[in-house]
Structures are given as C-alpha cells and as structure tokens.
Design a protein around this ligand. Structure first.
Ligand code: SF4
Length: 298
C-alpha cells in the first residue's frame, strides 16, 4: 500500500502536536460498512466509523481488531474509513430498538481523520435526533466541534479519558491524542454549555502514571469541574497489549519490564497491586473532594 506523510498537526492543534505529530502512516482506505449500530457490552450498542486509530496509545485494547482486517501493518499504522456509515446508521435507527450507544468502542471517533470525513459528527446527530442515548468517550479536542449538535439534548454525555498531567509522558504513551489540558478544556466547555460530562481515568501504567503524585495531580485537575461522574480503571492485559507495553518499556526504561511482568502475570502480586491502586485512587479523590463521584471499575 502506498504510504504518504500525513500531518495531523492541525487536527491535534497543540504546541507539542505541532512540533511532533508528523508520522508515516498508510493512506486511509475507504470501505463500505454493512452495519454500523453494533451490539455492545458497553451500553446496548456501539458506533465506530473507523477501523484503526491514529492516536497510537501504547495500552490500546482495540488492537485485537486488526485480525478482522486484511492489513499487514501493525495496529496504529492503518486506517479504514466507513464512508457510508451515516447512510447505514440512518436506516438502522429506524428499525432497531432505542438504547444506549457508546461512541466509540474500538477507535477514537474524533481522531484526526475525522476532521476531513466528519462521519462521527453525522452519526452523532443521527443518534441523538433519533432518541438513542449517545455516550461519547474520546481523547481528542475535536469533539468540541460537535457540541453544537449535543447542546440542548439530555440524551447524550461527553467523556474524556485522562491518564496523566505530565505532558511529556502523555505524548509518549498517547502520541496522536490531544494533550491532557486540552481534554480538560473539552470537559469544561461541555459543562459550560450544559452538556453532561464525565471522565475516565486510566488505564494507568504502574510506576509512571499511577504514582501518588500523578494521581493527586490528575484528581486535582478535574476536581473543580461539575462532572457527572469519574470512572477509573487499572491497565488490563487484553490480547496484544503486553507486546505493546514491552515495546514501549524497551524504549522508556527496560529495567521496568521484569517488574511489570510480575505485576500483571503473578496473580497474588496483581491483586496486591489492584488493591493498592484502588486505595490510592480513593485517597486522591478524598483529598480533592471527588469521592462521591468516583466509580472504580477494577
Ligand atoms: S484512542 Fe482509544 S482506540 Fe485510539 S489508540 Fe488510544 S486507546 Fe486505542
């Protein structure tokens, strides 16, 4: 497949992004979807207008999706665009039972390519207007573009994933996503515009984004916002994640690999870690008055 230089800087739009987010990726492939409103364990349905994600998070759980494609490139280096997604969805919402829709479950619907295609924007409009509860989770400030659609609707909410306030670390683990401060601004603006907002904290990288100091800063950053709730979870070793974590640690600090291996694959050690993380999340939430809103998943 022909490769070309894709600059996502304008979409990412941050100083760090402007400097750094130039990367070689395969040219996006336009495909036709048969279904868009898919049954999901998260909510009743999920909608994904893209297969692949250019945010490139080292812990991405969606990498298992590659096996359903004909791509030889690794996860994060290819992108399929379901160009007929709004058309298919507009037919599906007429005949499927109303329910909660998660946007998006195996890609970020507001990754940089969405600037060009506006597929997620069109799908969100179709969903809220058809009376489906639309729950958004993103790491992109681009979602602000679509607040004009969401404003005034009660059957929708916007969440942003946050992992760390350390921008240099954030860039290494989520290179294509918006900086954390931009995501916090997204949540602020959603609240200002009367759109229900929430946050997902995690997944955390032990010793890096889950330190007491890091959790305290993260909780302190979201504490002033009138969020509906604050979810938090540990890192889970879903298929393909461990290989990606090893590749990351090899570049970051290879001395951490053995420790990570014990932490995630020794049952007793993992349980101790889980309990410690839960206690430290609760302590940080208590310090910043967020306890009532905190929902720890792990
Ligand atoms: S934004 Fe989500 S789907 Fe995209 S790479 Fe990151 S974790 Fe994966």
């Amino acid at each position: 497949m022909r490769s070309r230089l894709v600059s996502n800087c304008a979409a990412v739009g941050s100083p760090a992004g402007l400097k750094c987010y130039n990367r070689f990726v395969a040219a996006p492939k336009e495909i036709l979807a048969k279904t868009v409103l898919s049954r999901s364990g998260i909510g009743d349905y999920s909608v994904n207008c893209y297969v692949g994600c250019m945010h490139g998070c080292v812990y991405c759980y969606a990498r298992f999706m590659r096996k359903f494609t004909d791509h030889a490139e690794p996860w994060g280096k290819f992108l399929d665009v379901k160009i007929n997604a709004p058309l298919v969805l507009s037919n599906e919402v007429r005949r499927k039972k109303r329910g909660r829709v998660f946007v998006s479950s195996v890609c970020d619907g507001w990754q940089p390519i969405e600037m060009r295609y506006k597929l997620t924007r069109q799908c969100v409009r179709i969903l809220v207007e058809a009376g489906f509860h639309t729950s958004i989770l993103t790491k992109s400030k681009l979602v602000r573009r679509d607040f004009d659609i969401l404003q005034g609707y009660q059957n929708c909410d916007v969440g942003c994933t946050l992992t760390t306030t350390d921008e240099s670390l954030r860039f290494r683990i989520e290179p294509g996503a918006s900086p954390t401060w931009e995501r916090i601004r997204v949540l602020e603006e959603a609240c200002e515009r009367g759109i229900k907002a929430w946050t997902f904290l995690g997944p955390f990288l032990p010793g890096l984004t889950d330190t007491d100091e890091s959790l305290d800063r993260l909780m302190g950053a979201i504490a002033p916002l009138p969020l509906e709730h604050v979810c938090a979870d540990k890192l889970n070793m879903r298929p393909g994640v461990w290989g990606s974590i090893i590749r990351f640690l090899n570049k970051y600090d290879s001395r951490m690999i053995d420790w990570y291996e014990k932490l995630f694959f020794d049952e007793e050690t993992h349980e101790q870690y889980r309990q410690s993380l839960v206690a430290r999340l609760q302590a940080a939430a208590s310090t910043h008055g967020v306890t009532e809103k905190l929902r720890i998943i792990c």
